[in-house]
Design a protein. Structure first.
Length: 117
């Protein structure tokens, strides 16, 4: 069982920056991928960025060049650096980890990001 604790959301003006963090505990289960998803108001949840066990990354087209996903050396904390934020980035952001001998997804509780002047 993996538990995820997120932090770093908040209110920011357009063009501003935020950094989200997600710490995974009970990581005896092998972590395969770590990712960030978001769910804008009234819309479906979507993948924002993902980092694999070999540190390869992938991003949604809408955030390429503005967001960066990374993790610490212990590979149990994942970060999302968000720069040049836009109002359309407003959403609840969820951390996702796929882990285990038989891989299964785990989700954080979500953190609100609001981009508004």
């Amino acid at each position: 069982q993996v538990q995820l604790v997120e932090s770093g959301g908040g209110l920011v003006q357009p063009g501003g920056s935020l950094r989200l963090s997600c710490a995974a505990s009970r990581t005896s289960a092998s972590i395969r991928t770590m990712a960030w998803y978001r769910q804008p108001p009234g819309k479906q949840r979507e993948l924002v960025a993902i980092i694999a066990s070999d540190d390869t990354t992938n991003y949604a087209d809408s955030v390429k060049g503005r967001f960066t996903i990374s993790r610490n050396n212990a590979k149990d904390t994942v970060f999302l650096q968000m720069n040049n934020l836009r109002p359309e980035d407003t959403a609840v952001y969820y951390c996702n980890v796929v882990a285990g001998f038989i891989p299964r997804p785990y989700w954080g509780q979500g953190t609100q990001v609001t981009v508004s002047s």
